[in-house]
Ligand binder design. Structure first.
Ligand SMILES: *Cc1c(COP(=O)(O)O)cnc(C)c1O
Length: 480
């Protein structure tokens, strides 16, 4: 064994203790660390300088070490070069994109995932699969899905949408009497995918699947809304000259609008299409009795995407993919090989997703559900919704800011009351970025900012701090 490996093995308990202390320090500083730390300019974007020698930026790529010096040396360099520049994305005021944190139990589950280092894909070494199945059962119940849905873990909602649409593609083949998994996507001809306000990952999935980005046909939405206009959807289905895929949206990223899933399922029954629901974070509405109606009908979908690294608050990367047609899923993703054994009626995980080998990704979700249960996770959802409503109210009451949509669940979408250029909005976001992180968007034809609530640590005090920072930054943005 290389002497540095041997030395680290010898000192493993002490080294893990040092790593634990580093983690405790990082988590302890989350509330006060700048949410987006000032970045040192990367060498590729820095202005050209004179010939005088300059010290490279700390984040400039370093050469591969020949002799590393062991884990302590790596910890020291990480602590110096990288850790201070990491964002507080695990903390309570990182409102960009839709970003969750990691509950204490989820964090420990993730530590133990790496510790046990399982490749949970086959019944030849089955415990990981059993744990994943139990966790999927819990998630199915959490989101109000019936046993008709089977589920698998994947790395994120993009992958979950991709798998759902791959199963849909196979279903189209079934309807048309061709086998896409065997004969390729050309056997299908032109495919139409109908959606009101599809997430960008749907187009990416269609590109990956060979259906093409232009297969996505945008259906008009209701006036002033991101929810699909049912009459327009029905017209599109009636006019289509073959079976279609409908992507229903349960929680759009700008205004968290929801399609009427029950009504779309009725259209599916009448016209014969595949109904995929992108409920990446919207599915969590099912946990709150006040908001569960938004996802009524989710169980009627043929495939469902739910992200877990967002509102379940497990570490990246984790999502789940549900479907009523596991048989088609296994047709797409089967990975037959002599050493893996027969596929059978209960396919191993290796036959169900794009991945063959994968980490025991379910363990972090198992830990947080086991530790806090449905009630604990309901409390996170309800507190996030209350936070978004409170920030929405504060913005509404601030001269110079304007809400662009009612706060339906956990996202606040707003802009400057006067002259809302992308530059001025970027300046506003930049001025508060040590306090809170918001991301830009466009909504209702206007440049805007979004604040998405999905972190288990966020409290009313964080909302006040964010609202105060916005109000304090406004005069400077106006003067710019
Ligand atoms: C976040 C999100 C996605 C993509 O999720 P990733 O986890 O980033 O792959 C897809 N759809 C919706 C509605 C989302 O919010």
């Amino acid at each position: 064994m290389h002497p540095e490996l041997a030395a680290d093995l010898d000192q493993l308990p002490a080294l893990l203790e040092e790593a634990r202390q580093r983690a405790v320090g990082f988590l302890g500083g989350l509330d006060e660390r700048p949410v987006i730390p000032p970045q040192s300019k990367s060498p590729t974007t820095a202005a050209p300088t004179s010939a005088a020698p300059t010290t490279p930026a700390p984040t400039a790529p370093a050469p591969l070490p020949e002799d590393g010096g062991g884990l302590r040396a790596a910890l020291a360099e990480f602590g110096e070069r990288w850790e201070p520049r990491l964002s507080a994305s695990a903390g309570p005021r990182y409102f960009g994109f839709v970003t969750g944190g990691a509950t204490p139990a989820a964090l420990v589950g993730d530590w133990l995932t790496a510790t046990a280092d399982q490749n949970s894909n086959s019944s030849l070494d089955p415990t990981g699969q059993h744990l994943e199945r139990e966790t999927v059962d819990w998630l199915r119940e959490l989101f109000g899905l019936s046993v008709a849905h089977s589920g698998t873990f994947v790395s994120g909602a993009t992958m979950s949408n991709t798998v759902g649409l791959a199963i849909a593609r196979e279903w189209l083949g079934e309807r048309l009497g061709v086998d896409v998994a065997e004969d390729g996507v050309a056997a299908l001809g032109r495919v139409r995918v109908l959606s009101g306000s599809a997430h960008s990952s749907i187009a990416k999935a269609l590109s990956v699947l060979g259906l093409g980005r232009t297969a996505l046909t945008t259906v008009p939405t209701l006036p002033g809304r991101e929810a699909v206009d049912l009459a327009a959807l029905e017209r599109a289905l009636a006019e289509a000259d073959g079976p279609c895929i409908v992507v229903a949206n349960a929680g759009t990223v700008n205004t968290v609008d929801f399609d009427d899933l029950r009504a779309i399922a009725e259209l599916r029954d009448r016209y014969g299409c595949w109904l995929h629901v992108d409920a990446a974070f919207g599915a969590f509405a099912a946990l709150s009795p006040l908001h569960a109606g938004l996802v009524a009908g989710l169980d009627l979908a043929d495939s469902v995407c739910v992200d877990l690294h967002k509102w379940l608050n497990v570490p990246y990367d984790s999502a789940v993919q549900f479907t009523r047609r596991r048989d088609l899923q296994a047709r797409v993703f089967q990975n037959a090989a002599a050493y893996l054994g027969p596929i059978g009626d209960h396919p191993d995980l290796v036959h169900l997703t794009p991945e063959n080998s994968h980490r025991l990704r379910a363990l972090a979700a198992w830990f947080t559900l086991r530790a806090y249960g449905r009630a604990g996770h309901r409390e996170i959802v309800e507190r996030c919704v209350a936070g978004a409503e409170a920030l929405g109210a504060a913005i509404d009451a601030t001269d110079g800011l304007r809400l662009l949509a009612p706060v339906r669940l956990n996202v606040v979408c707003f802009t400057l009351a006067e002259d809302p250029t992308p530059e001025r909005l970027a300046a506003l976001a930049d001025r508060i970025s040590d306090q809170a992180f918001l991301t830009p968007t466009r909504y209702a034809g206007l440049p805007a900012l979004r604040a998405a609530f999905s972190n288990w640590r966020t409290t009313a005090a964080d909302v006040r701090r964010t609202a105060d920072a916005l109000a304090a930054a406004l005069p400077a943005v106006k003067a710019d």
